[in-house]
Structures are given as structure tokens and as C-alpha cells.
Design a binder for this molecule. Structure first.
Ligand code: HEM
Length: 501
């Protein structure tokens, strides 16, 4: 007789989770990220033991500052983690963002985006220190955190100052609107998430390791033998007697520095629309899928009186892309509903549709399995903007403010391949998506041919069935560096801290 596997519904511990997983620290408008090398493992352990790392537990009054700490796989090794502890981590984390040519190809990191052109590579660093503070507070916070003990332990290799957070990305569009809602209380079985309709709800195990995920299983988490020295600071691995859970309440963190050519972006929009300000903004909005103030191009959203919920919509009534182009950034990044040919049931149909080999022209019944598939590819985004601000008007003037600007893209997930790499590859970089061919993501696409197929077009679907084609898009976004990190739970951080001596 077969036994039904136990369904993991353990309570999530916010005390053991770094705050960034639950909060974007949006009110802490100032932020700086530092990439460091461990120069003395024992000193690193001493600093990490006492570091004021911010947890996800709610405080009586929101904090004025926050500190989060993440590690590359090289960093965990440099902190002295035993091989046994390392081996349980996911392969992409261990080999790193640039560890395999095939990974670089899949991510679109070729041509101008290729790692050999990057200014930095997380594979050459150990620790990512993330500092956040309210307006005017960052310098004092930085001085407090980067104290003598820190300097004895780490060498800074790269610093990433950010522009004060105003909620807009450098092209000028409101950002950070759509985030998955995490079912922290595990109140709804994943079988209900998005089954009946698109839902923004996902299980905790889609963002933290060791908890129930959308497959109704525990997300994979590195474990250790309970006899491993110092492992008593870790929680016992649930369902695995004799093992301790090193990944529990931790997450994988993807960090990519994406430089944005703001003058190039607005000059293209301007010249493609004959210099008409309203039309150039409309073209840019069709590439994003939202207007500059964040209003979605989809009209079936359910507005609450007086306060439009800018994220409560689906593509169900726009399956042909007439309101929001099929290839718009937000539609690629999260196809919600309406982007899959629902007549194809089962895994093969799902795969074909997801990879963009089929086009759905008409509303078809039986959509549930395919609607549900988007919930396996959600990302929690935590990026910040860098570089001097430039308005579209300034961008169009000759000799606007010089300097590089862009997005320090950060997202959190439990499965780097199923979540980040899938979205980046199948939905963003691939020139075949949702029946479209010859176009990748209009904002972030690298424009190089992929497997002989052009990727530099953009099409806007029209009610009369005749598409407005924009061929030969210039590259607007260039990758300047990146890496995969582990953002440990706070107990795991104490375990890491105890390994330097
Ligand atoms: C410089 C590069 C990028 C820019 C300028 C950019 C800009 C934007 C903007 C303006 C939005 C709409 C606001 C919102 O819905 O929150 C958005 C949404 C989104 N972006 Fe990006 N983005 C960039 C890179 C990326 C990358 C690399 C990914 C993932 C691989 C990504 C994934 C998403 C997702 C998942 C959404 C939300 C879609 C939704 O749920 O409707 N973005 N982005």
C-alpha cells in the first residue's frame, strides 16, 4: 500500500529569515552594496557572529537601517565551510553565473553582454554586503557596520552606490509594482494557487529553501550530518533524522548590473515616432506594458474605487496582444494568463507553448494547467537604481548628463534554473516566445541572433490583424557584471560564522 508523503506546512520563522526576503526596504531610500573578499576567515567569523543583520520579523516601529549579507560559493568556502556542507547547494550556485559557456548563452550573456566585457564577476568575490538606510542615514550606518572588525576580515573589491529610491527605473517608468504575494502562513494549498484563475499567491518554498513550494514539496535545501562541528546552531532537517538544515529560511540571490542607455532609448523612441512626444511615450509604454506612471496597458483590471490596483489584471481578454503587445516586457516576465494555447494539455503542450512554439489566436477552453504554469516561474525582485537621473527630455537633448546609469537587478528564488534562468532565457532572451519570432525582450534583449534567429524586432499587434513592426532595435541594456549568491537564514549565518577558526 502506498503512503501519501507528508505535506510540509511548517510555520515560517521570520526571526530566522533575512528581512530582504519579506521586505524591499523601500522606505530605506538610501542603499549601497559592497562586494568583498574574505582576507581572514577567523576575523570574518568574528564579524559575522555579531553583525547586525536585519531579520524579517516585524518590529514595533520600522527600522531606520538594514543590513543583509549574502555569499558566493567561493565565499562559503573562504569562510571555511566543509566540503560536505558545500555539496548540498544547487549546482548553478556552485558553478556560478559565469561558470559555464552554455549558461552564459542561455542567459543572453554574449556579444556586448559577454562576461569577458564585464567590469566585475561575482566569481572573484566572496561576500555581498547590502546596506540600507533612511534618507541621510547611510553614511553613519556604513561607518557603524564597516568597523575595525570588518576591516580586519574583509577587503572591498567593488562598491555599488545607488540612487535614492523613488520607485522609478532609469528609463523613467514606475517599477516594483508587481511582486508575487507569498502565502507565509501556508494557508492555501498550492493546488489552489492560480488553478481557477491567475493568482498572485505563491508558496513560501518558492522564495525560501526548505519550505513547501508550488509542487507541494519542500524546496531543496543543503543539509549536513548532525555530527558536523557547530551544526547544533542549525535547525534539524524536517523529515530527515540525523541531518541539519543549512539552507532553511535562506534564498538564492541573483545580482546583475544592467547598464541602461537612457539617451539611446529615448532617441530611438523619438526617431521611430517622428518626434511626436505622445507617440514616443506610447511606443516606450508598449515595450514595457505599462505607462510611465505604472498604469498597465490592460483594461480589464479590477480597480478599487479611488485607488486603482495597478496589478490586479490578467491577459485573458487580450490574448491577441491588441491592448498590451505580446512581447512587452511585463508580459514576457510574467505571462499571467492568456499567453498559452490551452488546447494543448500535458507537459509537451506546456513546453511548446512556454517556449513560444505555438500561437494562440482565439480564446480557448480548458486553460487551467497552462494558466497555473506561470506560478513556477515567479521572482521576488529587490533591485535598486544607480547613476545620475536623466529625464526623457534631458535624454533627447545633446550633451545631457554624462555617466553610466542602470539597474542593480536583484531577485530572490529557490531554484535558479526553474525561476531566474527560465524567465531570463525562455521568456526574455529567446527570439521565440508566445508565437512571436525574431524578437526578444524589447527592453533588455541583447539583439544578437540566437541559433540563427534574429532577436532585434518588436511588434505591436493591432485590432485589424496588421502588426506594427519595429525592426533593428538598438541594444538598450548591457550586462556589466553579475553573480549568484546564497542569502542564508540567520541560524545558518551563525553556522557560517563559526567555521573560520
Ligand atoms: C534594466 C533592465 C530592466 C528594466 C529597465 C526593467 C523594467 C521593468 C518595469 C518598468 C517593470 C514594470 C513595473 C512592475 O511591474 O513592477 C518591470 C516588471 C518586471 N520585470 Fe523588469 N526590468 C528590467 C530587467 C528585468 C530582468 C532582468 C528581469 C528578470 C529576468 C525582469 C523581470 C521583471 C518582472 C518579473 C516584472 C513583473 C512583471 C509582472 O508581474 O507583471 N526585469 N520591469
Amino acid at each position: 500500500m502506498s503512503t501519501t508523503p507528508a505535506i510540509p506546512t511548517d510555520q515560517v520563522s521570520f526571526e530566522d529569515m533575512q528581512g530582504l526576503i519579506r521586505f524591499g526596504h523601500g522606505a530605506l531610500t538610501e542603499a549601497e552594496f559592497l562586494l568583498c573578499l574574505v582576507k581572514d576567515a577567523s576575523a570574518a567569523g568574528d564579524w559575522l557572529k555579531d553583525a547586525p543583520v536585519t531579520s524579517a520579523a516585524t518590529q514595533d516601529s520600522p527600522p531606520d537601517t538594514a543590513l543583509q549579507v549574502a555569499f558566493t560559493s567561493q565565499g562559503l568556502a573562504a569562510c571555511g565551510l566543509p566540503e560536505e556542507a558545500m555539496s548540498g547547494f544547487a549546482q548553478p550556485f556552485l558553478s556560478g553565473m559565469t561558470g559555464e559557456d552554455s549558461r552564459s548563452r542561455r542567459l543572453g550573456d554574449t556579444g556586448a553582454n559577454a562576461p569577458e566585457n564585464w567590469g566585475w564577476d561575482a566569481a572573484n568575490a566572496h561576500v555581498l554586503i547590502m546596506l540600507y538606510a533612511r534618507k541621510g542615514g547611510l553614511k553613519a550606518w556604513k561607518d557603524a557596520v564597516l568597523n575595525a572588525a570588518f576591516n580586519a576580515a574583509f577587503t572591498e573589491v567593488q562598491s555599488f552606490p545607488t540612487r535614492p529610491n523613488e520607485g522609478f527605473e532609469p528609463f523613467g517608468f514606475r517599477d516594483g509594482i508587481s511582486e508575487p504575494k507569498i502565502d507565509w502562513k501556508n494557508a492555501h494549498p498550492p493546488s489552489k494557487h492560480g488553478r481557477e484563475d491567475y493568482s498572485n499567491l505563491i508558496s513560501p518554498g518558492e522564495v525560501i529553501l526548505g519550505h513547501r513550494n508550488e509542487y507541494n514539496a519542500r524546496s531543496a535545501s543543503p543539509k549536513l550530518d548532525a555530527t558536523t562541528p557547530n551544526s547544533d546552531v542549525l535547525a534539524d532537517a524536517p523529515d530527515k533524522p540525523g541531518l541539519r538544515d543549512l539552507g532553511r529560511n535562506g534564498s538564492y540571490l541573483v545580482f546583475r548590473q544592467l547598464a541602461q542607455d537612457v539617451p539611446g532609448f529615448w532617441r530611438y523612441m523619438d526617431s521611430a515616432t517622428g518626434g511626436d512626444p505622445a507617440s514616443r511615450e506610447a511606443l516606450a509604454a508598449s515595450m514595457v506594458g505599462r505607462e510611465m506612471d505604472g498604469t498597465p496597458l490592460i483594461h480589464n483590471r479590477r480597480d478599487i474605487e479611488g485607488s486603482p490596483r495597478q496589478n490586479d489584471f490578467t491577459y485573458e481578454d487580450d490574448i491577441n496582444g491588441v491592448s498590451c503587445p505580446l512581447g512587452a516586457h511585463i508580459r514576457r516576465a510574467n505571462p499571467r494568463t492568456g499567453d498559452h494555447p490551452h488546447q494543448l494539455e500535458g507537459r509537451i503542450g506546456w513546453l511548446l507553448s512556454t517556449l513560444g512554439f505555438r500561437r494562440r489566436r482565439d480564446k480557448l477552453p480548458g486553460r487551467h494547467d497552462l494558466v497555473a504554469s506561470t506560478r513556477f516561474h515567479r521572482l521576488v525582485r529587490r533591485g535598486r537604481v544607480y547613476g545620475p537621473k536623466m529625464t526623457p527630455e534631458d535624454a533627447l537633448k545633446k550633451g545631457g548628463k554624462p555617466g553610466e546609469r542602470g539597474l542593480l537587478f536583484i531577485c530572490l528564488c529557490v531554484d535558479l534554473v526553474r525561476q531566474f534562468e527560465f524567465v531570463q532565457n525562455a521568456w526574455m532572451a529567446s527570439p521565440k516566445f508566445n508565437g512571436l519570432t525574431g524578437e526578444a525582450d524589447p527592453l533588455i534583449g541583447g539583439r544578437a541572433q540566437m541559433s540563427g534567429v534574429a532577436s532585434d524586432g518588436f511588434s505591436i499587434q493591432k485590432a485589424d490583424g496588421i502588426e506594427e513592426r519595429h525592426p533593428n532595435l538598438p541594444q538598450f541594456v548591457t550586462v556589466k557584471g553579475g553573480g549568484y549568491f546564497f542569502l542564508p537564514g540567520l541560524r545558518a549565518l551563525q553556522f557560517i560564522a563559526r567555521h573560520g577558526s
